[in-house]
Write a protein that binds this ligand. Structure first.
Ligand code: UD1
Length: 323
């Protein structure tokens, strides 16, 4: 299939690009390399520009007969979104609007969107989120992504476009071959930061908040290996090709770990101890976010292979050491 993939040099986009490239698809990546790395582009042709450059984007879509669009470009750091909301509405909402509009214009009727568990905020009872859980994001990041989901839902009703919105839970780890991994500069991601400590790149880290309503007072998240998440995109593409309908699906394993449990696992797997302080809650953090994970298995036939926190941590650490 001829595919447009935005954000292919980034963490998740590069893992999806790897699988789609291995499957023999013809891929063009649009990525301005603001957070991604050129070395992560293992397949496809690269066009280096920003989605804000709508003239260049339209030229590309006019020239190529894309059959599907996978849209990864976006800003993803929750606390930054609280500080700089308009950056998030620009990158995640306005740029998506322009892209969706061009997809409709050039009849690219299969669209896969990187959505997020941040849409649920604190609304799910016990933090267990089904796709029917009310979306009530509690930070600008989640709101900016929610608006794009709404645009897709309404556009799918009004046009021939079908979409799959994948609501990512906490993506972590690295490709088991260690060719690609989490490379975003200044990452705020828990497993990345703990791996940096274990690899000797940071002296210490902190736990943000120990007064949440959880087993040990720290936040609970559903950590999913990046290659399982990447496979969900491959499955979603097959679904759009075959069924020509839309779906909104959670991407998680259906169980979670506290921040303390994750840090202990990093210390155990790597054999490295490092200092961990305690700080207050981080702005925009929900207490517990765990996926109800049945629907994606039913709809896409998705079968995860790496539901193992030790393995997730080991790949993250091995990647970090050789970065
Ligand atoms: C992550 C994603 C977000 C996604 C969300 C869905 C990133 C950067 N963010 O957000 O895009 O929508 O999952 O659930 O990938 N923590 C510490 N100390 C640290 C770093 C983190 O205690 O140094 C804690 C945080 O307060 C939080 C947990 O660890 O409770 C996970 O944080 P993080 O890895 O940043 O992910 P989320 O904010 O959950």
């Amino acid at each position: 299939m001829k595919i447009l993939l935005t954000g292919g040099a980034g963490y998740i986009g590069s893992h999806v690009l790897n699988l789609l490239g291995q499957a023999g698809h013809d891929i063009v990546v649009v990525d301005n390399l603001s957070t991604g790395r050129k070395e992560s582009l293992l397949y496809g042709r690269h066009e280096e520009f920003s989605l804000e450059e709508t003239g260049k984007l339209e030229e590309l879509l006019k020239k190529e007969n894309f059959e599907a669009c996978l849209h990864f470009v976006g800003s993803i750091i929750v606390p930054e979104s609280v500080e700089k909301p308009l950056k998030y509405y620009q990158n995640n909402t306005t740029n998506s609007l322009n892209l969706i509009e061009l997809c409709v214009k050039y009849k690219i009727n299969r669209f896969i969107f990187s959505s997020t568990a941040a849409l649920y905020g604190d609304s799910a009872p016990g933090g267990i989120c089904t796709e029917e859980t009310q979306v009530v994001p509690i930070n600008p990041y989640g709101r900016s992504k929610m608006m794009t989901e709404f645009m897709l839902e309404d556009t799918a009703k009004a046009t021939d476009l079908n979409y799959v919105a994948l609501r990512y839970f906490n993506v972590a780890g690295a490709n088991v071959d260690l060719k690609i991994g989490q490379c975003s500069p200044n990452s705020t991601h828990l497993i990345k930061i703990a791996s940096e400590c274990a690899a000797g790149k940071r002296d210490k880290m902190a736990i943000f908040g120990t007064d949440y309503d959880t087993s040990d007072g720290t936040c609970v998240r559903d950590y999913i290996h990046v290659d399982d998440l990447a496979q969900a995109h491959v499955d979603a593409l097959k679904f759009l090709e075959k069924d020509a309908e839309s779906a909104v699906l959670n991407c998680g394993y259906g169980h979670g770990y506290t921040v303390k449990e994750v840090i202990e696992t990093v210390k155990k797997v790597t054999g490295v101890d490092f200092p961990v302080g305690i700080e207050g809650r981080r702005a925009g953090d929900a207490g517990t976010l765990i996926s109800r994970a049945e629907k994606i298995r039913e709809v896409l036939g998705w079968t995860p292979k790496y539901d193992d926190l030790d393995l997730i941590v080991r790949t993250a650490f091995e990647w970090e050491k050789q970065l």
